[in-house]
Design a protein around this ligand. Structure first.
Ligand SMILES: Cc1cc2nc3c(=O)[nH]c(=O)nc-3n(C[C@H](O)[C@H](O)[C@H](O)COP(=O)(O)OP(=O)(O)OC[C@H]3O[C@@H](n4cnc5c(N)ncnc54)[C@H](O)[C@@H]3O)c2cc1C
Length: 498
């Protein structure tokens, strides 16, 4: 009989853990509180248009690149169609009207940014060398279980992004342009480690793609594969308790009082939510306090735009617009100066589409702004909340329209989400976009471990290691290597690519 693994949560973390373990002979059951699987891979449909709620684009996914190889291993190559973002400018950053386009490829980047900032050419080479060194230190990059240069990663893990940029560059505008995509990781000045920036820069600089039809295709494909291999995914099953005896976890209980026995439990939900479900002396108060004290990444307000028929040419870049000449500190706003910045993306309904059917505008928002409506039920929070959302949607659209004249007129209708939406749908602390924040000042105290004092309770998902397509999968491999050796997993990935 195979060992039973219960996985809490069917986001990218839960599904990738489920895939690896079911493939390796474990008997996997994934329990998901929502009606839809996928967590931040979920999409929704309104009036014939489809919208993405979380993941919008992925990197390093050409067949010969790391994510391309990983996607082949997870059986995603044939079931998920990718559409390349503009190679000559997959990201566009606008700082107080100055625009910077990020091309794919190391040399293209150096040429473009060397052209923007000729007096900083040498420093740009040094910057890219550091990014390369950090990226090469990841085991995933080389697809072997041995890390190549642990020192590179560790060194830049303790230095903030701005500290490293200050040490390399003298031009303030260049420093700000380089971090124009910081909403992708909710980076904070003096806090977020440079290594975090480096991994993301490397990930997208290699190549950048949208998922045609929406990133729920990733969730659906992983779920189908797990089920074909004999695993189970059960939606509408909210785990409310992890049961333990004196030495280990014995299973979980769901909100409808069902007990699922387990040899192993893997939690992919926010660690604070997991701790609320653990009533055992095996978890010490000091551990609870440490985890609960880790800061969270910012939350957001999003406006999902449905465009009029053939009214909006498809924008094959991601656009980061800032009123000021800096992308930093947009999470610290006032009622008057919100939104200080925004991220604007189109959904890719088909490869090489001429027109966009839908798009999204995202700006930071703190839970406190909407906390007073937290007690209401989803969709029934009252007119005052609806008014708040309308006002903020119109402000965000007006701000984006300054950057993209004609945007407002091209909108047929729109929908919104607030920090309460993320709280409701993913259960992250304070509706944080990417879960726990990285903070150089916290060192090891700021990390969520994948192992606990309960020997058969493991953690995975975006709070362990990092968020996003690459960050979550790196965490998945580390967590699963407790049950299947890392060498075996890397061998399977390499074999599937032969
Ligand atoms: C706005 C936004 C944009 C993003 N854009 C990108 C992008 O472009 N590229 C990229 O790579 N990444 C992006 N990300 C990040 C990426 O989507 C996430 O890091 C990743 O999908 C998280 O996966 P996860 O499994 O860790 O968590 P989640 O996706 O949050 O999954 C956790 C699951 O657990 C379930 N759950 C919670 N509590 C319980 C319970 N008690 N019982 C049962 N189930 C439970 C939840 O319902 C959820 O389905 C974005 C995220 C956001 C929010």
């Amino acid at each position: 009989m195979s060992d039973k693994v219960i996985i809490i949560g069917s986001g990218l973390g839960g599904l990738t853990c489920g895939y690896i373990l079911q493939k390796s002979g474990y008997d996997v059951t994934i329990l998901e509180q929502g009606t839809q699987i996928g967590g931040c891979l979920q999409c929704f449909n309104r009036r014939g248009a489809k919208f993405e709620t979380g993941m919008h684009f992925i990197g390093s996914a050409s067949p010969e690149q790391t994510m391309g190889k990983i996607m082949r291993y997870f059986g995603l190559t044939d079931s998920v169609q990718l559409s390349a973002l503009d190679h000559s400018g997959y990201n566009t950053v606008s700082l107080a009207g100055d625009k910077f386009r990020f091309p794919n490829g190391r040399e293209a980047f150096l040429e473009r940014f060397g052209g923007y900032f000729p007096h900083q050419k040498d420093a740009l080479v040094k910057y890219i060398e550091i990014i390369d060194k950090i990226a090469a230190s990841s085991a995933l990059n080389s697809l072997t279980s041995e890390r190549r240069d642990v020192i590179a990663d560790t060194e830049y893990h303790t230095l903030s992004i701005n500290a490293v940029l200050d040490s390399l560059f003298t031009d303030e505008l260049l420093k700000n342009a380089l971090v124009g995509d910081l909403p992708l990781y909710a980076a904070q000045i003096d806090k977020t480690p440079f290594s975090h920036h480096a991994y993301i820069m490397d990930f997208y600089n290699n190549s950048a793609f949208r998922v045609v039809g929406g990133s729920d295709a990733i969730a659906n494909s992983l779920a189908a594969s797990i089920q074909q291999m004999g695993g189970r995914i059960v939606p509408r099953k909210q785990v409310t308790k992890v049961c333990c005896d004196d030495i280990k976890a014995t299973g979980v209980i769901t909100s409808d009082e069902e007990f699922y026995g387990a040899d192993y439990v893997i939690s992919t939900i926010h660690p604070n939510r997991l701790l609320e479900m653990l009533d055992t002396r095996l978890i010490r108060p000091a551990f609870r306090n440490r985890i609960n004290a880790i800061p969270q990444t910012a939350s957001c307000f999003a406006v999902y735009l449905k465009f009029k028929e053939q009214a909006m040419p498809y924008m094959n870049t991601n656009y980061y617009g800032y009123a000021a000449a800096t992308p930093w500190n947009c999470e610290n706003y006032t009622a008057e100066n919100w939104p200080k910045g925004f991220l604007y993306m189109h959904m890719c309904s088909q490869d090489k589409a001429q027109y966009a059917q839908s798009g999204v505008l995202i700006s930071y928002m703190n839970l406190e702004d909407v906390a007073k409506w937290n007690n209401g039920k989803i969709g029934r929070r009252g007119e005052e909340y609806e008014q708040f959302k309308r006002e903020h949607a119109l402000r965000l659209i007006a701000e984006a329209d300054k950057h993209h004249p004609g945007l407002r007129d091209a909108i047929e209708c729109y929908y919104t989400s607030t920090p309460l939406t993320y709280l409701d749908y993913t259960g992250t602390e304070a509706g944080s976009m990417y879960g726990v924040a990285k903070d150089v000042s916290l060192g090891a105290a700021g990390r969520v471990p994948y192992r606990t004092k309960i020997p058969n309770l493991l953690l995975a998902g975006q709070n362990v290691n990092s968020h996003g397509m690459m960050g979550v999968i790196v965490g998945t491999i580390v967590t699963c290597s407790e049950l299947v050796s890392a060498q075996t997993i890397y061998k399977q990935i390499n074999d599937s690519n032969r």
